[in-house]
Ligand binder design. Structure first.
Ligand SMILES: Cc1ncc(COP(=O)(O)O)c(C=O)c1O
Length: 374
């Protein structure tokens, strides 16, 4: 039995994306900066991909900068805000991904900026009154709060936070790595300054993503060199992966409402089956469709004979899921998000995350196996 329920860590690449990338690798190896026909062809593919991606979030192509993924895009937004846009104060939360938290800690140490952490409730909802209070400051401020939490799925109310930021002349960065492609996005309506994307979270390749920078913010080079990406991010572009990312975005946003319905039904089914078979199960974070990302379900199980071995037992059975974020390079320090939520540490938490490739059978088999363990 091989069941993949760890789509928040990474998703399988869509077969159509692999085909598209193979075609680029075979037939378009030119350097997009070369002026001859090989270069021009590669450049055309790159700019086509930029237009497709820009259209998918309703922005202009020049607001998209290709990066090596979500981590680099988050680093670029935060570092450019401090180093180039004169930000002296960052408001964030303890629930952020380490790509954000560790970058902010670095900026605090090197540039001596002020950092404030906004309060949240036990389900991961940000306290908007506290955010308003923190925004009453004379320092130039950046708010960095993620859209959908990668461990528990709880959403940030993006529009409200964006409105608060504008009212207080603060910049707003949101790590949207888990949500871009999975819900409709319209940067025109949202009025954010920076958002980030990673292709491998939406059935694209690893090692590629993008940063959206609202055109009102004039930033300069983040990586120095040959001045690719309009001088912002030097380095020969990874044409095949960028084209693969654009194909993945096209595919996932096609019939998105239907995909959302399908995955949401799976999540609801898993919650219902778990409650039937393991009545003491609890869920970390919000679980409703309007308050949390439908691809993530974080379950908290009672203490059992399997204490500490739950993930291992599931793995032995061929069921892949996770104890939290996969991006901590094997560090087994427990989840900083669940710690921040003051979750009961005597219970065992497991994150199951789904995609439109997940089947009902995957869910049923997983719950059947889990119910044998409790
Ligand atoms: C919310 C969030 N931000 C950033 C990242 C980092 O993205 P990447 O793996 O592309 O560096 C991840 C990856 O797990 C994530 O979930």
């Amino acid at each position: 039995m091989d069941i993949y329920l760890d789509n928040a860590a990474t998703t399988p690449i869509a077969p159509e994306v692999i085909e598209t990338m193979l075609d680029v690798l075979k037939n378009n190896f030119g350097n997009p900066s070369s002026s001859h026909v090989f270069g021009r062809n590669a450049k055309a593919l790159l700019e086509n991909a930029r237009r497709t991606i820009a259209k998918s979030i309703n922005c202009t192509p020049s607001e998209i900068t290709f990066t090596s993924g979500g981590t680099e895009a988050d680093n670029m937004a935060l570092r450019c805000a401090v180093e180039q846009l004169n930000v002296k104060h960052i408001i964030t939360s303890y629930l952020e991904h380490h790509a954000v938290l560790h970058t902010i800690e670095y900026l605090q140490k090197i540039f001596n900026i002020k950092v404030s952490y906004v309060e949240c409730d036990e389900k991961g909802n940000i306290n908007l009154d506290h955010l308003s209070e923190l925004l009453q400051t004379e320092h130039k401020t950046l708010v960095s709060l993620m859209h959908a939490n990668n461990e528990i799925g709880t959403y940030l109310p993006l529009k409200e936070v964006s409105r608060l930021c504008k009212q207080n002349q603060a910049l707003f960065h949101s790590d949207t790595v888990q949500s871009i492609g999975h819900i409709p996005f319209n940067t025109n309506e949202l009025d954010v300054d920076f958002i980030t994307c990673s292709a491998h979270k939406l059935h694209g390749p690893k090692g590629v993503g993008f940063l959206y920078v609202n055109k009102r913010n004039r930033i300069q080079a983040f990586i120095q060199g040959g001045s690719q990406e309009r001088g912002l991010r030097s380095g020969t572009e990874n044409t095949a992966s960028i084209v693969g990312m654009s194909k993945a975005i096209e595919l996932i946003t096609d019939d998105l409402a239907q995909k959302i319905d399908k995955v949401w039904e799976l999540k609801k089914h898993m919650m219902n089956l778990l409650k039937q078979h393991i009545p003491s199960v609890l869920f970390n974070g919000e679980t409703s469709l309007d308050k949390s990302l439908y691809t993530i379900l974080n379950c908290s199980f009672p203490s059992s004979k399997n204490d500490g071995m739950l993930l291992f037992s599931l793995d032995l059975k061929g069921i892949a899921c996770s104890g939290g974020s996969a991006c901590t390079s094997g560090a087994n320090t427990g989840s900083h998000v669940l710690r921040a939520l003051k979750a009961d540490t005597t219970r065992q938490s497991i994150r199951f995350s789904f995609s439109h490739y997940t089947t009902k059978e995957d869910i049923v088999n997983t719950v059947n196996y889990l119910s044998e363990l409790f």
